[in-house]
Design a protein around this ligand. Structure first.
Ligand code: ATP
Ligand code: MG
Length: 649
């Protein structure tokens, strides 16, 4: 057995305490209530989750048993029945929210639409009636390949209303990716649009679907929303315009109730580490996770305008653009396009125009905004903002401080939320107003979550050193399986240490019990007998004022085990010189110790990323080793980046 301990080299010590003002209004306003609820949630989870499920969800038939747990298969609230779409829509019509904005939308060209809960309910019912008219029923699968427009949410909710399992495929993916996913789950329908707007150009969606459906025998119909208006091919009988399909349909629909464990959606993970996996989420437990985190992690208030920048193609878009906010009766702001169109201040302009109060985005976006410069942020007031969030990767402390100071004006707490497609909802996170924040740490577990950092024998590694991150208890929004592949599900998540969910990440607890994710286990570096997480080294590199972004990988080395190869993107206007390479190496050694001094610094115009902006280190590993890029690259954002890196060899 290999030693799974990870040496921590970070020296981050800053602490940002919650303000009295925020604390006074927070939904969970004291450390004592966090401690009490957390203790209850892990000591008597069935009591805790049973109460939460009764309080936060509307049931058609109450559940009797909270959890049946036969590792690795969990059944939550099994005998209960509910309809997820009804929870997201109908129940708000009778609770005074009928005329409240559910979705405020701005398209990239500047078109603005607001849908109240009543209007959204009507549109979802019309689409549900239309899909039922096509013969879709409970348990069928539908693929959704849409731009970020309200109809994406309408399509998802219409499926949920019918018990049809949706799989949303990110609108930037190729026809190849559509084909694989549609064939894996045998979708009967694909719901798409002619195109969407991105940086002033049309992203063709229908034509990608056309290329995919030549090889997807399960697909009977393609439903097409007219968004961009360019000419598209429509296959007679198979392809149907959205507007024609819903035209004569009623805007009321009597929803059926489904069992708690009825499948809600399949979501194929982004693939930063390999072949996409069809993560399956079911109804009640998932919805509870998404709803309760809205309340406590985002401190949701009736008049909040919640802006999550994630595309609906990612789990963050499922849980925090659609299901979590709408189940909570919140107002969601949705934006279609690029953050730098027409100029790099679009996001800040949107926040001011629509009075967004909560912003939830990713470290990769934050680093990009930093690179574009403070001036774009400072053009706008941003005084509507009260809370900031981040998800997707470890955030380097410099980016955290920038987000806190320049965007949040030191007024808004930051919730650094660790979770995964598989976990369905936020798992480790500060609670705003309560948790003292440490830049770069996702801090403490949410209710019911028991994170453990373990060595190869299953023992907790001492505080301060790192190891593999596991979750020790089942939770309501956990994935139920990988679609059609129970065996891979068991192998991937439940076989590393019997009884524990294996997250695939490396992490450490610090002396205060705060959790720090140090990178993916697959990416851990091995230098002179020490295992080091990528995040700490990258964070040290990025803290150099000339550096915009960095990724570090290991290359086999006879002496050290692995040599550290750093790929570095410089800030605009900085010259790529040999001296700067040396300066960066010294900077890292000074910041975190000579053990982590990079052996090789390579300047790169861009880094290979997934479509959700995560760095794909496995590709950089292949490049650093001097070999060809062999693994799956279908989820890569831009292959040109890889070609450019290889050309520099
Ligand atoms: P795949 O599993 O196919 O490789 P992926 O892991 O990138 O794709 P997601 O489920 O979107 O797909 O991402 C979850 C991962 O993102 C986590 O396992 C972790 O590595 C990282 N992550 C998410 N949020 C945070 C955070 N707040 N801090 C540190 N890491 C985070
Ligand atoms: Mg993952």
């Amino acid at each position: 057995m290999t030693d799974q301990t990870i040496t921590s080299i970070s020296r981050e010590t800053r602490v940002v305490r919650p303000s009295a003002e925020f604390k006074a209004q927070a939904n969970l306003g004291s450390e004592a209530s966090y401690k009490r609820l957390y203790a209850e949630s892990v000591n008597t989870p069935e009591k805790f989750w049973g109460r939460q499920a009764r309080e936060h969800l509307t049931w058609r038939r109450p559940f009797k048993k909270v959890l049946k747990w036969k590792l690795p298969h969990a059944k939550w609230f099994e005998s209960g029945r509910l309809n997820v779409a009804e929870n997201c829509l109908d129940r708000h019509l009778t609770s005074g929210r009928a005329n409240k904005a559910a979705i405020i939308f701005e398209g990239e060209p500047g078109d603005v639409r607001t849908l109240t809960y009543r209007q959204l309910h009507g549109e979802v019912c019309r689409m549900a009636n239309a899909l039922a008219g096509l013969g879709l029923a409970k348990g069928d699968r539908a693929a959704i390949y849409m731009p970020m427009v309200p109809e994406a949410a309408i399509a998802m909710l219409a499926c949920a209303r019918l018990g049809v399992v949706h799989t949303v495929i990110f609108g930037g993916f190729s026809s190849e990716a559509i084909k694989d996913r549609v064939n894996d789950c045998k979708a009967r329908v694909i719901i798409t649009a002619d195109g969407g707007w991105r940086r002033g150009k049309i992203i063709e969606l229908k034509s990608s679907v056309d290329r995919a459906v030549t090889a997807t025998p399960s697909v009977e119909h393609v439903v097409v929303l007219k968004r961009t208006g360019q000419e598209v091919a429509m296959a007679e009988g198979r392809d149907l315009w959205w507007h024609d399909l819903v035209a004569a349909r009623s805007d009321s629909h009597k929803a059926q109730a489904f069992g708690s464990e009825h499948p809600l959606f399949i979501l194929y993970t982004s693939g930063s580490t390999g072949k996409p996996k069809g993560v399956l989420h079911t109804s009640a437990g998932y919805l509870l996770g998404a709803t309760i985190t809205m309340k406590y992690v985002f401190d949701l208030k009736e008049d909040d305008v919640f802006f999550c920048t994630a595309d609906v193609g990612w789990v963050t878009g499922h849980s925090y653009v659609v299901y979590g906010p709408l189940s909570s009766g919140a107002t969601v702001f949705m934006y279609e396009g690029a953050p730098n169109h027409p100029e790099p201040d679009r996001l800040w302009e949107l926040i001011d125009r629509h009075h967004a109060t909560i912003l939830y985005t990713a470290p990769t976006a934050i680093r990009t905004f930093m690179r574009w410069g403070d001036a774009y942020v400072n053009r706008h007031r941003l005084d509507s903002l009260r809370l900031l969030g981040t998800v997707g990767e470890p955030i380097n402390p410099e980016a955290w401080m920038w987000y806190y100071t320049v965007v949040g004006k030191k007024r808004c707490p930051i919730v650094d939320t660790w979770w995964q497609t598989e976990t369905g909802a936020i798992m480790v996170t500060p609670l705003p107003g309560i948790t003292p924040l440490k830049p770069g740490s996702c801090t403490r577990p949410f209710f019911g979550v028991v994170p453990r950092v373990l060595d190869e024998a299953g023992n907790d590694v001492p505080r301060g050193s790192g190891g593999r991150l596991f979750l020790a208890k089942p939770w309501p929004s956990m994935l139920r399986t990988l679609w059609g592949d129970d065996e891979r599900f068991r192998m991937q998540y439940w076989s590393e240490l019997p009884g524990y969910y294996f997250a695939g990440d490396g992490a450490r607890f610090d002396e205060d019990g705060y959790l720090w994710v140090v990178g993916r286990i697959d990416d851990v570096l091995n230098v002179s007998g020490h295992r080091i997480g990528t995040a700490e080294v990258e964070s040290a590199i990025v803290s150099h004022p000339s550096v915009a972004e960095a990724a570090v990988v290991g290359r086999l080395d006879d002496l050290k085990g692995q040599a550290l190869v750093c790929f570095v993107t410089l800030k605009n206007g900085v010259a790529a010189t040999a001296e700067l390479k040396e300066t960066i190496r010294e900077h890292v050694a000074r910041e975190i110790g000579s053990l982590a001094r990079p052996d090789d610094v390579r300047f790169a115009a861009g880094l290979p990323k997934t479509r959700s902006g995560k760095i794909m280190r496995r590709i950089l590993k292949e490049i650093a080793a001097g070999g060809a890029v062999k693994g799956d690259t279908t989820t890569l954002e831009d292959f040109n980046v890889v070609a450019a890196l290889q050309a520099e060899e």
